[in-house]
Design a protein around this ligand. Structure first.
Ligand code: NDP
Ligand code: MG
Length: 474
């Protein structure tokens, strides 16, 4: 019995020991799980960026009120990147209309010397940059032939250094970014480091460079104000909304060139078809992006970075009349929208006048003339670029730079008739899949530039495969 007792007591003590070990093991496991969870939460929080636009904080709320009460005040000097393009010429329309409020002191263009020459003569900027130094003599001769003396020439610059000089021109307060694509990234970064406010038309800069650009804005206390019509609408709706009160943003989409085409007919799309935008006159790249609806996908990512909105709280609605430029839903379910004629000059004006309202002689809005407005959900099967952009945004890190560069290259190849319309989303999807192995959650500026170059090359490398699947219509 004793033996039995002692064995039972030793077995019960060993059971106790075992159960102690089990409890300690369980506690250890729980501690490890807790630490892992804390690390994940810390990572998510530390990677979570504040809104790029001045919204959703007590400081931005107060600053908006202070600036609104102070008014626009003295003339504001602007630097203009992409002066000869759609955004550039419309920004200069505003300078022409309100010379006492806005002066363009520095401008950068690509190669359109016809338009640039007349802009120099009319607006007399102090600094002008073009893409290629070989065109400088041609530009000088054009200015001379129009009667301008050499002593009256603006300072002339070219190439990457020239555009950076324009972006950082000392007397400019705000830089309007009307250049196309990721080419705008380095000039925008230079402008932010020089303390210039950014009127953001060049959405590709924020989509590719968000993880680097947003912290820089905070560091240099620089304001990024959207000029894209949808984001301007959302920004205007957010004025006066207290921090934490935004629930959802609703981006409207015209539906692009193929909104009335059945999905089956998209295999026949030619470049000329994609360049016909029903509502807006814009540059070629963004017009093709509108036809694939990648433009709306890019705008989803742009909204995420500008307003700090989670992807689950960004919706798209197709609104063919382009009268409601976008809307927000506040926490109490109120929906606030901004309306107007489809005219980019209004969002451009607000991006340089915020939060002041500058009187303009433009055609007044009239509900009765509009008559009917319609809305419908976007068709993700017909427009696979939309889910691709959501997926890139949700992945985050360097994936949005990959999506953006793959799209820029695919768009360019499509316009050059080297890739079919249906090949665009397929090629982007394949390159995003390839990038998953090298994804960086917290990329540096250098990483982003490398991903940009890699993604463009990756599109070229898969071109034969994609072209074996989809026809190029010429
Ligand atoms: P455009 O093609 O009409 O104009 C592009 C401008 O950039 C031109 O002035 C062009 O010069 C210049 N440019 C291009 N590459 C370079 C370069 N490497 N160095 C210097 N200048 C360069 O484009 P948009 O105005 O339509 O678009 C500009 C940006 O604004 C895009 O990011 C677009 O997504 C965005 N946006 C445009 C809207 C619109 O209504 N147009 C609406 C919302 C956003 P040049 O012509 O002399 O060669
Ligand atoms: Mg837009």
């Amino acid at each position: 019995m004793k033996e039995i007792d002692s064995s039972s007591s030793s077995s019960s003590s060993s059971n106790r020991d075992n159960s102690k070990v089990v409890v300690i093991g369980k506690m250890l496991r729980q501690t490890v799980v807790l630490i892992v969870l804390l690390v994940i939460v810390y990572d998510v929080i530390s990677l979570r960026l504040p809104p790029a636009a001045p919204v959703d904080s007590i400081a931005s709320f107060k600053e908006t009120v202070d600036r609104a009460l102070a008014g626009l005040g003295k003339q504001k000097c602007l630097s203009l990147l992409g002066s000869t393009g759609s955004i550039g010429t419309q920004t200069l329309d505003i300078c022409r209309e309100r010379p006492e409020q806005f002066k363009c002191v520095a401008m950068a263009a690509g190669s359109n010397l016809d338009v640039l020459t007349s802009q120099i003569l009319e607006f007399r900027p102090k600094l002008v940059s073009i893409q290629n130094g070989k065109q400088i003599d041609d530009l000088k001769n054009r200015l001379r032939s129009k009667g301008l003396k050499d002593s009256e020439f603006p300072e002339l610059a070219y190439g990457d250094d020239g555009i950076i000089a324009v972006a950082t021109y000392p007397t400019a307060e705000t830089v309007v970014t009307g250049i196309v694509g990721c080419a705008g990234l380095l000039p925008t970064v230079a402008a932010i480091k020089a303390g210039k406010d950014i009127a953001l038309a060049n959405k590709e800069t924020l989509i590719a460079g968000g993880p680097v650009v947003v912290p820089l804005l905070e560091k240099h206390n620089v304001k990024m104000i959207p000029a894209d019509s949808e984001h301007s609408a959302i920004f205007q709706c957010l004025q006066g909304l207290p921090p934490g009160a935004l629930r959802r943003v609703i981006l409207t989409a015209s539906g692009g060139a193929f909104r009335d085409w059945p999905k089956e007919k998209l295999a026949e799309v030619k470049v000329a078809d994609a360049l016909k935008h029903p509502n807006w006159a814009m540059g070629a790249k963004i017009t093709v992006d509108s036809a694939t609806m990648m433009n709306k996908g890019l705008e989803v990512i742009e909204a995420h970075y500008l307003f700090g909105t989670d992807y689950d709280n960004i919706d798209i609605v197709v609104h063919p009349q382009s009268i409601v430029h976008s809307a927000i839903e506040s926490a109490d379910t109120s929906v606030i929208a901004q309306l107007g004629w489809p005219d980019m000059r209004l969002p451009l004006l607000y991006s340089i006048s915020w939060p002041a309202r500058v009187p303009m002689p433009w055609k007044p809005f009239d509900f009765a003339t509009v008559g009917t407005m319609t809305f419908k959900a976007p068709d993700h099967d017909k427009y696979p670029c939309i889910p691709l952009a959501f997926a890139a945004g949700r992945t985050g890190g360097s994936m949005t730079a990959c999506l953006n560069a793959a799209n820029e290259r695919a768009n360019e190849l499509f316009r050059a008739e080297k890739l079919g319309y249906l090949g665009i989303p397929k090629a982007i999807e394949m390159v995003m899949e390839m990038h998953k192995n090298d994804l960086m959650m917290n990329p540096s500026l250098e990483d982003i530039i490398n991903v940009d170059v890699w993604s463009r090359n990756a599109i070229d490398s898969i071109l034969p495969k994609v072209n074996s699947l989809y026809t190029i219509n010429v």
